[in-house]
Design a binder for this molecule. Structure first.
Ligand SMILES: [Zn+2]
Length: 338
């Protein structure tokens, strides 16, 4: 189990002078040295936690962030694979996605519990009053997994924008994924979604102000992000799975996100806690020094599978409880223009 995860209050007595990029607080903020865990490079990145708004952020944002995204990064994988095994997986994924979007189907629900994949985005959209002409933009869409599902379901005006794909993608069902920076995009949208992409964006205020500009009157901007206002950050500290240095640039608290929304001309209409059990098993793996999935031996894979299986139900129940208590490590904010 975790030998030395520390609550952030005890993690670092070192404070350094920084200016918070969210609330502009100048002064001494607590410093954390965070290793890269997902790819296993263990390269160290310095973060600080704003003593005013609580936002955890890079002390210095790396200049070339693109090099920290491997080519097989999960959101950039092709939507439809070839080969029988991948085609079978695609059929199961569709059952799961339909369950998330329409709220029906026992098999789909079970598949979601076992492997949520992109369903959290579909689950969030289900709360809105959508029709096939609703203009939906997904920012940081990767190769467009859940948008592809929506286009297949008859949504004609769905688009993704993703700077890290090799080129703009045109799918046979009409879906387009633009290789572009969001802040260079024009147009008007009824729904702008950042599904675990906002934490990867260096300029939060400029980005949210641009979303405000592109959002139609009465439209929704939905942002789901990891949050430091959570049990997982306070318990696991630098081993917190969702810290994901250096790719996650801002890890917001409730207070810092509220400040950001205000500065960008939005009000927060709804807040939903959406954490999943990876807050436990992912953080435990990092704190126990378990190797990244791609580099594990067969024995290590089996050992991890046994651990995951044995802890699945208790972790699932703890996750449900944390979300109810507003202590889960992921939050979906529903914003509208002021
Ligand atoms: Zn701050």
């Amino acid at each position: 189990m975790n030998k030395s995860p520390f609550p952030p209050g005890e993690a670092s007595q070192v404070k350094e002078q920084f200016t918070c990029r969210i609330c502009s607080s100048m002064g001494e903020h607590k410093v954390f040295l965070v290793p890269e865990f997902q790819c296993g490079t263990k390269e160290i990145f310095k973060y600080f936690e704003c003593s005013n708004c609580g936002c955890l952020q890079h002390a210095e944002i790396p200049a070339d962030l693109g090099r920290y995204y491997p080519t097989d990064y999960y959101s950039l994988r092709p939507v439809e694979g070839t080969g029988l095994k991948k085609k079978f997986k695609h059929i199961l994924d569709r059952k799961r996605d339909r369950s998330a979007f329409y709220g029906k189907g026992v098999l789909g629900w079970l598949l979601r519990v076992a492997s949520p994949g992109v369903t959290s985005a579909l689950n969030k959209l289900r709360r809105l009053d959508l029709n096939h002409d609703t203009r939906i933009l997904d920012v940081g869409s990767g190769s467009g997994h859940f948008l592809h599902f929506l286009a297949d379901e008859g949504f004609r005006r769905v688009t993704g924008v993703e700077p890290f794909i090799p080129k703009t993608l045109h799918y046979p069902n009409g879906l387009k994924i633009l290789k572009q920076n969001f802040t260079e995009l024009n147009g008007e949208w009824d729904v702008i979604l950042f599904n675990h992409s906002f934490e990867h964006i260096p300029d939060n205020i400029e980005t949210l102000q641009h979303a405000h500009k592109l959002l139609a009157s009465g439209g929704w901007c939905i942002i789901e992000i990891p949050s430091v206002s959570s049990y997982a950050w306070h318990h696991y500290g630098i081993y917190w799975h969702q810290l994901d240095a250096p790719r996650h640039i801002f890890l917001h608290s409730l207070k810092s996100f509220q400040i950001l929304a205000e500065k960008s001309g939005f009000i927060i209409r709804e807040t939903h806690y959406t954490s999943d059990p990876s807050q436990f098993w992912g953080s435990e793996n990092y704190s126990r020094g378990v190797k990244p999935k791609a580099t594990r031996t067969a024995v290590e894979r089996i050992s991890n599978l046994i651990y995951r299986s044995a802890s699945f139900i208790p972790q699932y129940l703890r996750t449900y409880k944390l979300n109810q208590e507003k202590q889960g490590d992921a939050i979906a904010f529903y914003l509208q223009k002021k």
